[in-house]
Write a protein that binds this ligand. Structure first.
Ligand SMILES: NC(=O)c1ccc[n+]([C@@H]2O[C@H](COP(=O)([O-])OP(=O)(O)OC[C@H]3O[C@@H](n4cnc5c(N)ncnc54)[C@H](OP(=O)(O)O)[C@@H]3O)[C@@H](O)[C@H]2O)c1
Length: 179
């Protein structure tokens, strides 16, 4: 039995690519092309249930393979093949937790956008952020990170790939005092 199943809880991880000015999105898309980060995102989230807002799902365009896709929307008519729909965040996290316990996943990944990051940051155990070394214009933002709450535990700057618009640094944060 996994540690999460024994504890009867599943940690929440926030996964995001964030520009130096806090921007995460522009006009329902990403303001950059970063192949290295897409590969990193895949590795970090693989096997974990994903919780995302409806606009983030639409911007991705299809369910991500190898992961349960839980989409939060207030639209009672919303339905898409391969997607679990939740009409509020509490139900989305319940569905994600059940899915993680059934599949032996070690965490729930919240992947955006702004409102979901804001609402789940107080609940999260860890954040896997990709800092994008740019200040693009945008209209979706990551919430402020309180340094009293979040400790940096890992940092890695990969070489800039040919298909990366900007340099990036992967930084993992853990909630202060989290076991
Ligand atoms: N850089 C990154 O890591 C990253 C990650 C994710 C997204 N993005 C970008 O961010 C943008 C999208 O993010 P966004 O913040 O605009 O939108 P979003 O959070 O993806 O979606 C917002 C929608 O989610 C639903 N929703 C949110 N909170 C809810 C709640 N508590 N209860 C029920 N439904 C809820 C609502 O859907 P309905 O309107 O259907 O009711 C709301 O309009 C895009 O540009 C995307 O590319 C970037």
């Amino acid at each position: 039995m996994s540690a999460a199943a024994k504890e009867n809880t599943v940690p929440i991880i926030l996964v995001a690519a964030v520009a130096e000015n806090g921007v995460i999105g522009r006009d329902n898309g990403l303001p950059w092309r970063l192949k290295s980060d897409m590969q990193y995102f895949r590795a970090v989230t693989m096997g974990k249930p994903l919780v995302m807002g409806r606009k983030t799902f639409e911007s991705i365009g299809k369910p991500l393979k190898g992961r349960s896709n839980i989409v939060v929307t207030r639209d009672r008519a919303f339905a898409r093949a391969g997607v679990i729909v939740a009409h509020d965040l509490v139900r989305a996290l319940e569905a994600a937790r059940g899915d993680a316990l059934r599949r032996g996943a070690d965490a729930i990944a919240v992947i955006g956008g702004t409102e979901l990051f804001e609402r789940t940051m107080p609940l999260a155990r860890r954040m896997a952020l990709t800092w994008v070394h740019a200040e693009p214009e945008g209209n979706a933002y990551f919430p402020k990170i309180d340094p009293q709450v979040w400790c940096e535990v890992e940092r890695h700057s990969p070489p800039k790939g040919a298909d990366d618009d900007y340099g990036i640094t992967y930084v993992t944060y853990e909630r202060a005092g989290a076991a």
